[in-house]
Design a protein around this ligand. Structure first.
Ligand code: AMP
Length: 503
């Protein structure tokens, strides 16, 4: 039997000595070197007892070796489970307990705090550091590269990516070989990615955008990738002249625009700028075009679905819209009141269907069933409308999701932490517009009767429990939360109240 993703993304490059990853301050990694390294890591996964179908949880900094580990998981038939590097040990514990991976790979800096969690879950621990060092690499280097390719068919899982849950419980989106490969094939065709492309990559690789959209398309097209540890304006200004494509979150674009060095000449070699993961302001779109002459292509996707819609490669890239359903993806906008499609320019909930859509949430059959319609559409929870020319506009989020700097933040998770703090009766978390991050997190607290709240103490406690990107950037204390007659907190009222929090 074949191995669907390995055969498409890696096998064709066995003897390809072209650079795949162009690295800053380190030697570039060629396609064939990636494949050799992955085969050694696969041997190390086997030595640690991992079998095909097992999960391999990975909380490591972005590095060429981390991509080799992803490739090793494909080769060995394991399910790659990347975790945000900002997660604290107590957050990681939830994922390990839930997913029961055979192996957890972390940075040496976190080994002490994660060892007991791994032990308690019969999980082997290995380390992989930003510079490629660590026990995984060290031990793998002593092993003969694995020669087998584990058979995996289209319906086997290739990855589980956790999304934060509105109820405070994270859900693991199960992505099959078919889901990932079908979307990769569609994207390289739609965006015309070829082996002449050089992608400027500053995205994290624990998220669908940097891992699948950027890396899988590069591998399938046989392109090269300038693989930077993170976004940094100086590096981007430096590497843009050597690149043909960039994929970014809107914050990348606002930061580049704010830098006086971005000019038309600097990007004259660029073929395509892509934006996604959060709404790109029409204003950013227009400023970018007037400064550089390039029109950003905005697309829309989710962890659960890969990419669903895109503005056209040829034809008008319309600011403030996410374009059209991609080939092979069916999209419809439904009025939740009566379950029928809305008319032109009317707002409803966006639903999608296609090979790109995940197979369900890990060990949550009921939750999975709730999120699909009887005829197989996934209910995205995004509110959208379609204009007379067919362009889809994302107009809001059903679930109060906050997106700050491209990261998803679910208010409920933060509220649960705030509610536990001394003197806090209840809390609400909403977003306020933020010039740099798109949205900034604002916490509204209500004190218990007769008590006062020490905001500094709350901040200290929150910093121990939540990743930095989730921590509120502003706190407010109110006498009571506004509620409707059904007792629901009126977040729209709060949003208006805090709208000017970040001038
Ligand atoms: P994630 O699962 O982290 O990729 O986040 C998915 C969510 O990000 C979607 O459900 C949307 O709410 C939002 N999103 C992604 N791309 C866009 C976009 N181009 N415009 C507006 N929202 C977007």
């Amino acid at each position: 039997m074949a191995n669907v993703l390995y055969d498409a993304l890696l096998a064709p490059h066995q003897t390809n000595d072209k650079p795949l990853l162009l690295l800053k301050d380190r030697e570039d990694l060629s396609y064939q070197d990636l494949i050799k390294r992955a085969a050694q890591y696969a041997a190390q996964l086997a030595a640690m007892g991992a079998k095909a179908g097992d999960r391999v949880a990975v909380q490591v900094h972005k590095s060429a070796e981390a991509i080799a580990l992803y490739a090793a998981c494909l080769q060995h038939g394991c399910i790659f489970l990347p975790l945000n590097t900002a997660y604290t040990a107590s957050e990681v514990e939830y994922f390990i307990t839930d997913a029961k991976p055979a192996v957890l790979v972390c940075d040496d800096a976190n080994k002490v705090s994660l060892q007991s969690i791994a032990d308690a879950n019969s999980c082997q621990l290995a380390t992989l550091n930003a510079d490629g060092g660590g026990s995984l690499h060290q031990q793998a280097s002593t092993l003969a590269p694995a020669e087998y390719i584990a058979p995996r068919d289209a319906d086997d899982l290739a990855a589980i990516l956790y999304t934060s849950g509105t109820t405070g419980r994270s859900k693991g989106a199960m992505l099959t070989h078919r889901n990932l490969l079908s979307n990769t094939v569609t994207l390289i065709d739609y965006w015309q990615i070829t082996d002449s492309d050089v992608l400027l990559h500053g995205l994290p690789i624990y998220h669908t955008h940097g891992l699948f959209v950027a890396t899988n398309t590069t591998l399938l097209a046989g392109a090269s990738c300038i693989f930077l540890p993170s976004f940094n304006t100086d590096d981007f200004i430096n590497y843009l002249p050597q690149s043909t494509m960039m994929m970014g979150v809107p914050t990348f674009y606002t930061r580049l625009l704010a830098d006086g060095r971005l000019t038309k000449e600097l990007v004259s070699h660029m073929r395509l700028f892509i934006s996604g993961s959060a709404p790109l302001l029409a204003e950013t779109h227009e400023s970018f075009e007037s400064l550089t002459g390039q029109r950003i292509l905005e697309r829309y996707g989710m962890t659960e679905t890969n990419m669903n819609t895109s503005n056209p490669y040829h034809g008008e890239r319309r600011a403030g819209t996410v374009g059209f359903a991609l080939p092979g993806v069916e999209a419809r906008i439904i009025d939740p009141e009566n379950d029928t499609p809305v008319g032109t320019d009317e707002i409803g909930v966006l639903e999608v269907r296609g090979e790109n859509v995940f197979s369900g949430y890990w060990q949550m059959p009921e939750k999975t069933a709730q999120e699909f319609t009887p005829d197989g559409y996934f209910i995205t929870g995004d509110l959208a409308k379609q204009d007379a020319d067919g362009y889809i506009h994302i107009v809001g989020r059903d679930k109060d999701l906050i997106i700050s700097g491209g990261f998803n933040i679910y208010p409920k998770e933060i509220e649960l932490v705030l509610d536990e703090q001394t003197g806090v009766l209840e809390s609400a978390v909403v977003a306020a517009p933020h010039a740099d991050f798109g949205e900034g997190v604002v916490a509204i607290l209500v004190a218990q009767s007769g008590q006062s709240i020490d905001i500094d103490a709350v901040k200290t406690e929150v910093a121990k429990t939540l990743a930095k990107f989730k921590q509120p950037k502003k706190y407010m204390v109110l006498d009571a939360l506004p509620r409707n007659t059904m007792g629901k907190v009126q977040k729209n009222v709060l949003r208006e109240q805090v709208a000017d929090s970040f001038p």
